[in-house]
Structure formats: C-alpha cells, structure tokens
Design a protein around this ligand. Structure first.
Ligand code: A3P
Length: 318
C-alpha cells in the first residue's frame, strides 16, 4: 500500500507542469522518470524495485529494453545456470514461460506473484541503467544486457502492443507511421530505446567485468560462441567434458525459437507473474524470431527515419 502511495504521489505530482507527463501509444498516459517514460504501474514497480530489491551476491540480472530478445536471453541463462540439475528433457522451461522462471524485478512487486519453487539467482529487468537500484550497482552481482537493431525492435513492439488486451482499443486505429513517431520520441514504456542501449553500453565499457553487452544479431549468428561467453561471464563455464558431450548445443536447441514457440505452454498458456494491467498470453512473446523482419513492414522513408537517429546516437558511441 505504501509503495502504491509513493507512485500515486509521484503521478499526482506529474500533473504539475514541472513534472513531464505526455500522451504516448503504449500505454496512453506516460510519466517521465530519470530520463525515461513509463506507464503508472510500471513506474510504481520501478520505485519499489529501487527501494526494496536485494540481489544475492551471486545474482545475475538480465537487462534489456522491451522486444530486444529478453525471453530468449532468460531461457538461455536459466538453462546455463541450472544445467547440473536439469537436462533437456526435465528442464522447467518445457512447462513454464521463461518470464515465470526468471521474474522481472519491476513486475514481481506488483503482481500477485506466485512464489517460485526454484531458487535460481537470476532476475530480469527493463529498467534503464540510470534507474537501476543502488543495491544492484553496489553489489557483486553481474548484469547481462541484450540490445537489437532498433528497426526490428520497433516492428516487434508494434505487434506486441497491438496484442495487449488493455490497449488494443486505443491501438486499433494507430497507423505504423504514427507509432513510429512515438517510438522515435521514446514515448512508450521504457523509451527512448537508443538512450536505454547507450546507458548500458557506456557502463559496459567502464565495467566490463560487471556488464556483458550482447547483441541479438550476434547471438543469432554465432550462438555457440556467445552462449559459452555468457556461461563464462555468469560464473558457470562449460567444462571440456561438457562441450564434448554437446551440452552447449543441447541448451541452444532447447531455447531455440522453433522449439520454444512450439511448446504447449508458450502456445496457449498465460504468464503467472504479470501486473494485472498487462494482460497477455504467452504466445505474445514469440512472433518470428528473425533478424531483419522490419524489411517486410517499414517503408524506405520509415527505415531512413530510424537510421538517422541510430546514426546520430552512434556518433556518441564513437
Ligand atoms: P519478433 O517480434 O521480431 O519475432 P522480448 O523477449 O524482449 O520481448 O523480445 C521479443 C522478440 O524476441 C520477438 O521478436 C520474439 O519473437 C523474439 N524471440 C522470442 N523467443 C526467441 C527465441 N527463443 N529465439 C529468438 N528470438 C526469440
């Protein structure tokens, strides 16, 4: 209750002109907090995460902007960490959505969360680097961040938002061209995308032992290499014997888009841990899982608009 009051106080203050509040597309009412835009319930989750989240010293935090490959990263990381307990025929991923095995810090506090039966030191978050709780930054826990081509993120996000039951009516009449304007301005939950990526990129350069920065495209193109890198970084390296027995490939196959999206739980289930405002079905997290699908959806002008921002922001990266 106390947490809700804090967010409500914040959002009430947001009615004052000095606190930025804008209309967005996902969701409609957005509040700006520490440089990023959020719906009220997401902001509530972030505030409570900042106040209450306590990672274990050996925790690994999986971070990303929405639609960058979080679901895949969770499945791979969970399988890497638990491989001494489960094999490909007993892995809980066969019966549970990865978001239910790797809970989101900001949604866990809000939902009527079912307690997880497994004590795996793994959490996920969409929180920007600037707003990560001090408890994560000051502890010895590690962060794995995944980013993705912004064009594909935009297309994926548009499909995702169209399927959200809570916003479908508002989204129905929204053309892709208009959604792009919102995306470019960062007016959706956890936007702007480029600033999200840049925050973690800079931090990964400063603290490479704390933050592993991954790209969806790299992970897709050389999965074996990056899965081994992830395992090493997280403190669960594959032994030569495991490699000889094909342990890396078994995890990759288990977590592949084709396998994950064909599992009954991911076709027809609903997430256990989710804020009530975000009503979804598990299949919303599995669409195509391809690099470059934006080419099937964006006009040349739209792609150029996105490229221009990416180029501008890339000059910051050097
Ligand atoms: P598309 O909409 O382009 O298909 P997130 O998990 O961060 O919400 O990202 C969702 C995107 O990751 C979606 O992209 C989804 O299809 C894709 N995805 C989900 N599971 C995947 C997997 N196992 N391998 C590759 N991509 C996956």
């Amino acid at each position: 209750k106390c947490l809700s009051q804090k967010a409500t106080t914040y959002t009430k203050r947001s009615c004052q002109p000095s606190i930025p509040r804008r209309k967005g597309c996902w969701p409609l009412d957005l509040y700006q907090y520490e440089g990023f835009w959020y719906g009220a319930y997401t902001l509530e989750g972030i505030l409570s995460t900042q106040d209450h989240f306590k990672p274990q010293p050996n925790s690994v935090i999986l971070s990303s902007a929405p639609e960058s490959g979080t679901t895949w990263l969770e499945a791979l990381s969970f399988s890497i960490m638990t491989r001494s307990h489960f094999d490909e025929s007993t892995n809980p991923l066969l019966n549970k959505l990865s978001h239910d095995l790797v809970p989101f810090t900001e949604f866990q506090f809000l939902s009527n969360s079912q307690t997880l039966d497994l004590n795996v030191p793994l959490s996920a978050t969409h929180i920007s680097y600037t707003s990560l709780p001090k408890s994560i930054l000051s502890s010895s826990c590690k962060i794995v961040y995944i980013c993705r081509n912004p064009n594909d993120v935009f297309v994926s996000l548009s499909h995702y938002s169209q399927k959200l039951e809570s916003v479908t009516k508002a989204m129905e009449d929204l053309h892709l061209e208009d959604a792009l304007i919102y995306f470019c301005e960062g007016l959706y939950s956890f936007g702007p995308y480029w600033d999200h990526v840049l925050g973690y990129w800079r931090a990964s350069l400063e603290s490479p032992k704390k933050i592993l920065f991954l790209k969806y495209e790299d992970l897709m193109n050389d999965t074996v290499y990056w899965v081994k890198e992830m395992a090493m970084f997280m403190g669960y390296p594959f032994s030569l014997e495991e490699e000889d027995k094909g342990a890396v490939q078994k995890i990759i196959d288990l977590c592949s888009f084709e396998n994950m999206s064909s599992l009954e739980v991911n076709k027809s289930g609903i997430p256990g841990i989710r804020p009530k405002e975000l009503v979804v079905k598990n299949n919303i997290f599995f669409r195509k899982g391809k690099i470059g699908d934006w080419k099937n959806h964006l006009t040349l002008e739209m792609a150029m608009q996105l490229d221009q921002i990416t180029k501008q922001k890339s000059t910051v990266l050097g």
